[in-house]
Design a protein around this ligand. Structure first.
Ligand code: ATP
Ligand code: MG
Length: 213
């Protein structure tokens, strides 16, 4: 088993103790969901794993990087709850951007971007801008961009929150194929479909993490 993310003793206090001694591991090939009530600390945990925030205690090790090293986008990609699309780029340019920043050929990057958008049912919108599409369509662009560069680890924050049932199925299939090609994905979610089809399930309650069946 290849461990791609290893976390131990992670604690974070804001006005209260939001995360208490959190530990988890993600192995290559795993799609793992993280559930918990609104405000339970899911996004706060993802921010620590991504290096966007610093823990009060504990360590995060990503793939083979030395502990505490901020991961490059090619190693760890993040799909934020608010998407983080670039408004001045078209949808296909947004999706292609991780591949282009990684030094990929433009034609290949644009072809893969078009393919990913088509798989999520929005291939015909690829030349539009984020301001010209719906929220659920923007969420799919952000998902396509998150997997486009084949990062080793993907942290996705409620990636299906604005999708209908049939489109959630497309998103889950894409995520399962993505991890099947050798990555790992941790998904914060309230979505029962996604949770049912994950390989493992984690839950945050009162700042503590546990495995659920
Ligand atoms: N930067 C911050 N400063 C102060 N408090 C914060 C900060 N970030 C998060 N919190 C607090 O930490 C708690 C957890 O927030 P978080 O955003 O992680 O919840 P969540 O589980 O992602 O919820 P949701 O399902 O609504 O997205 C909340 O009480 C929130 O107010
Ligand atoms: Mg959140």
């Amino acid at each position: 088993m290849t461990t791609l993310l290893s976390v131990s003793g992670l604690s974070r206090r804001f006005s209260t103790d939001v995360l208490k001694d959190v530990g988890l591991e993600l192995a290559r090939g795993e799609l793992v969901t993280l559930v918990g009530r609104s405000g339970s600390g899911k996004s706060a945990l993802l921010a620590l794993l991504a290096g966007f925030d610093q823990p009060d205690r504990g360590s995060v090790r990503i793939a083979d990087l030395p502990t505490g090293t901020p991961p490059p986008w090619s190693t760890m990609a993040v799909l934020p709850q608010s998407f983080g699309l670039l408004d001045e780029l078209t949808l296909e340019e947004n999706v292609a951007s991780p591949m282009l920043f990684g030094g990929g050929a433009v034609a290949d990057a644009m072809a893969r971007a078009g393919d990913l958008l088509a798989r999520l049912g929005i291939g015909d919108l690829r030349r539009r801008y984020p301001g010209e599409i719906s929220i659920g369509q923007r969420q799919r662009v952000a998902l396509a961009r998150a997997v486009a560069g084949r990062p080793k680890v993907l942290l996705a924050d409620e990636p299906t929150a604005h999708l209908d049932h049939a489109t959630i199925d497309l998103a889950v299939r894409l995520l399962l194929e993505f991890v099947g090609e050798g990555s790992a994905c941790l998904v914060a979610t309230h979505d029962p479909t996604l949770t049912a089809r994950a390989h493992r399930r984690l839950e945050l309650v009162d700042g503590r993490i546990s495995e659920v069946q």
